[in-house]
Design a protein around this ligand. Structure first.
Ligand code: PLP
Length: 406
């Protein structure tokens, strides 16, 4: 947000709370007084004279210049998300993966070392190990929940710990406070992928995280319309480490997509809590179904990190659950194929419930060994629970499950 720091602010009370900020934070309206944010579909901005243009390009005056690195819709989205995450800065990106790319490019160089949970999003593992491995950034992958493994992996050149909590699809929860302390003692930073909870349920900065990474594709949009991402961090880090990379590398958030995410955030808190309640009701029901071997949802007392999750996630398990059917891939496919309401797709955070077979889709590019290490078997099904009536969702899943146990 560097060239936008001095731009006018929305006139809000200093102590405005989360739901107010989600609806109101952004930029003041234009001279036309629109109540809903206007769309600024323009690739560049016009300056009154050459001298002003020169000052603005040199960062001596705050203004919008060129939409690869500054646009009002992107600024609105960044300010709103920063307010929700409790950070002073935020930078929007083209996708969640674009945000991780920007983070690593901005913070690390060849010879640096990253520690990451081996249960994180499949593309994150590929990006760190495959792409950044090529450029000499080394990564070690450890158990999500075993702090001793994180500690043992620390090296003098460790610069970044990267965690995702809960993980997708296993819903393993890690202790953000403990990892933040460990990172800081080692002179490293902790980044947390907060896609699964969103700031409605969990604000990693409160527990000591330095950077919060988002895929706006998930709950922030909330209606499955666009790809977007963001990094929330202290403003100085955003300006010094991320804005220069964005200016030259261009993983920019499109103004239209930023607008969608900004409108999505207005209803984030209501949606995520309602979807999380439905997910818990389904998880309880699935746990008692004879065709189900195991259910993964942090809201269940049977979840290994239930207590920690309830402390860290404002008493909510989140809207994503996974379950193992008795049997293998054929049985899992049969349950997926018997649904008529759930969408067979690979996303979550949508108001439409989405059913996924992780081993053959989201985690299909991992080796069988990597998948097994992450606990993702061929009999696992993930459900991104939406806003449909929970009784209808039970019927939708029971169609395939009842046939298996018959
Ligand atoms: C979807 C997702 C990402 C990647 O986000 P995109 O917007 O699809 O690039 C990263 N982490 C998690 C946990 C995700 O669910």
């Amino acid at each position: 947000m560097s060239e936008k720091k001095g731009l006018p602010r929305v006139d809000l009370p200093a102590d405005a709370r989360l739901e107010t900020l989600a609806v109101r934070e952004g930029l003041p309206p234009s001279q036309w007084g629109e109540n809903s944010e206007a769309l600024f579909l323009t690739s560049c901005f016009v300056h009154p004279d050459a001298r002003t243009a020169a000052r603005r390009f040199a960062y001596e005056e705050d203004a919008f210049v060129y939409s690869r690195f500054s646009n009002p819709n992107v600024t609105i989205m960044e300010r709103r998300l920063a307010a929700l995450e409790g950070t002073t800065g935020c930078i929007g990106t083209s996708s969640g993966m674009g945000a991780i790319l920007l983070m690593v490019m901005g913070l690390l160089k060849a010879g640096d070392h990253v520690i990451c949970s081996r249960s994180v999003f499949g593309a994150t593992i590929r990006l760190l190990q495959g792409e950044f491995g090529k450029f000499g950034v080394e990564s070690t992958f450890v158990s999500q929940t075993d702090l001793a493994q994180w500690k043992a992996a620390l090296k003098p050149n460790t610069r970044l710990l990267f965690a995702e909590t809960p993980t997708n699809p296993m819903t393993e929860v890690c202790d953000i406070r403990a990892l933040a302390d460990m990172a800081h003692d080692a002179g490293a930073l902790l980044a947390v992928d907060n896609c699964m909870c969103s700031p409605a349920l969990q604000q990693p900065v409160k527990f000591g995280a330095d950077i919060v990474m988002h895929s706006g594709t998930k709950f922030l949009d909330g209606q499955g319309r666009i790809n977007a991402g963001a990094l929330c961090a202290p403003e100085a880090m955003v300006e010094e480490k991320f804005v220069p990379v964005m200016r030259s590398a261009g993983m920019s958030l499109s103004p239209f997509n930023a607008w969608i995410v900004s409108k999505g955030m207005e209803t984030l808190n209501l949606r995520v809590r309602a979807q999380s309640d439905r997910a818990l009701a389904l998880a309880r029901w699935l746990e008692s179904h004879p065709a189900v071997d195991r259910v993964f949802h942090p809201g269940l007392p049977s979840h290994p990190q239930h207590e920690l999750a309830m402390r860290q996630q404002d008493g909510h398990g989140g809207a994503v659950l996974a379950f193992n059917v008795k049997g293998g891939r054929d049985q899992a496919f049969a349950v997926v194929d018997a649904t008529r309401i759930c969408s067979i797709a690979a996303n979550f955070g949508d108001v439409r419930s989405i059913i996924t077979h992780p081993a053959s889709t989201t985690h299909g590019r991992l080796t069988e060994e990597q998948r097994n290490a992450a606990g993702i078997g061929q009999n696992m099904i993930r459900l991104g629970v939406g806003l449909e009536d929970v009784e209808d969702l039970k019927v939708d899943l029971a169609r395939g499950l009842d046939a298996l146990s018959a």
